[in-house]
Design a protein around this ligand. Structure first.
Ligand SMILES: [Fe+2]
Length: 482
């Protein structure tokens, strides 16, 4: 037995820990699954094996669970396994939590001093023939792509100097290269940022460090065919505060946003910084360069969306007062000054995805998720509170939208895009639907171009899948034979 989990937003209702490792063959399927969908959809889920060490905690601390939906000849199988991190192993041996506040080792049980705190719970990626489970505060952990068994920490064969690796890497699907970065690269609350590139075989080609203007929760970055873009938003850390047992992150509205841009094959010495007043963003839809003009598309908010970060910052604001919209920022590298041009692309939302072929270049279509209050009242699902209830296909040039809304008692988890082999076909989106009335989950498969027509296929889960963070689709031919 273990103690009860807290009744807080992060651990109750649809957010209750699930802790189910499983193999389910031939999930029940309604509708027609297109034959060409053959591959594996990997998703990362924070799912704490024990109640928090200090009584309460954020959803983001949960132990990494990776699930794999395997699509083969019209059949769908599900496997789920914990990532066996050093943190997970130490807690399992003790049969209780040992790690304290989110990203604060000074609040841990003395028995785990010096043990790697990484939970590797944010994104599974497939690159260089390796399945890596990532979280931005630590290095990668490699998993077996078929069994999901943990193979151990991955540091690019001892080459990676950064102590951290982002969960938002950027693949160039033309060259096979993986672009990534690590912030707090030199240790807790350091301004060091490592910029890294690995080749298609997973060999580290380069790693160069620079100092950010201040320590920032740099959750994502963007890369174009010519430039690398490092946005720095004012969710900040202080070593002093961490050492005093306080929160790692607070939001500081008095600080400016900085965006560093450099030629992607150039040196970090070429970084040029643009700036504007405070705001918050976590995920970038896409970016591309048009000569000396660089465009970055994303959801920009006037406040940090995480309740635990606002509380730590003594900012008391109703979620309804957090304003955001999907914007395009344009940086003119030919012009002088630090100014950023802004254009509104669409209504607020997050978890943006595009087709792989559109990455890093001028493009037409983005898919993202929104909370539409007309669908129903907010339902708690996932780390920020209210889950999304609508998936949107946006034509970024025209603002034209198609929407697929859930019913009033359902929310959606992040979608993945699956490319089609049929010429002119826009591919498919897949996502988990959380059914709050039955506490069961479904997977919807929709045609990306016609998502408003609803699912082609619905895959029934016999239990509730806890809200994942991010996932990726790997076509069957890219995986080694089983
Ligand atoms: Fe993310």
């Amino acid at each position: 037995m273990t103690d009860r989990f807290p009744a807080s937003m992060d651990f109750a209702g649809y957010n209750a820990p699930s802790r189910i490792e499983c193999d389910i063959y031939d999930l029940v399927l309604e509708g027609t699954l297109p034959d060409e969908i053959e591959g594996s959809w990997y998703r990362s889920v924070p799912d704490p094996q024990y109640p928090p060490f200090l009584g309460d905690d954020t959803f983001l601390s949960g132990d990494g669970m990776v699930s794999r939906f395997r699509f083969e000849h019209g059949h769908v199988d599900l496997r789920q396994r914990y990532v066996q991190t050093a943190r997970f192993t130490a807690e399992r041996a003790a049969r209780r939590s040992l790690f304290g506040r989110y990203r604060n080792p000074y609040t841990d049980d003395p028995s785990v001093r010096g043990v790697d705190r990484g939970a590797n719970n944010t994104t599974p990626i497939w690159h260089g023939g390796r399945l890596l489970a990532l979280k931005e505060d630590s290095r990668a952990v490699e998993l077996d792509p078929h069994t999901l068994e943990t193979r151990g920490p991955w540091d690019y064969q001892g080459q990676l100097r950064s102590q951290t690796m982002t969960a938002h890497t950027r693949a160039d699907f033309d060259t096979g290269e993986l672009y990534f970065f690590g912030y707090e690269a030199g240790g807790l609350a350091t301004r060091d940022v490592a910029y890294c590139v690995a080749d298609r075989n997973g060999r580290l080609l380069r790693e160069e460090w620079f100092e950010a203007p201040y320590v920032s929760m740099m959750h994502d970055f963007a890369v174009t065919k010519e430039h690398a873009i490092f946005p720095v938003f004012p969710t900040t850390a202080s070593l002093e505060r961490i050492k005093a047992g306080g929160p790692h992150w607070i939001y500081e509205p008095s600080k400016d946003i900085y965006v560093g841009i450099m030629p992607r094959n150039g040196s970090v010495r070429d970084l040029r910084w643009f700036r504007r007043p405070a705001g918050s963003a976590y995920h970038f839809l896409n970016a591309y360069s048009e000569g000396q003009r660089v465009h970055l598309d994303f959801g920009l908010a006037n406040m940090n969306p995480f309740p635990f970060i606002r509380e730590a910052s003594n900012i008391h604001m109703s979620p309804a007062d957090i304003k955001s919209q999907l914007v395009r920022w344009t940086f003119d590298l030919a012009g002088p000054g630090e100014n950023i041009e802004e254009q509104v692309l669409g209504p607020p939302g997050d978890l943006p995805r595009i087709a792989n072929r559109d990455h890093m270049r001028d493009y037409q279509i983005g898919y993202y998720q929104r909370f539409d209050p007309a669908v129903g009242p907010p339902l708690v699902a996932g780390p920020v509170g209210a889950g999304f209830n609508t998936i949107t296909r946006l034509q970024v040039k025209t603002g034209q939208m198609k929407n697929l809304a859930m019913d009033a008692r359902s929310t959606v988890q992040e979608h993945v895009h699956v490319a089609s082999r049929i010429a002119g076909h826009e591919g498919y989106l897949m996502f988990v639907v959380d059914r709050h009335d039955t506490a069961l989950s479904e997977v919807f498969v929709v045609e990306a171009e016609h998502l408003d027509r609803g699912p082609l296929a619905r895959i029934q889960l016999p239990f509730r899948l806890r809200c994942g963070v991010h996932g990726n689709w790997v076509p069957a031919e890219e995986l080694p034979a089983e």
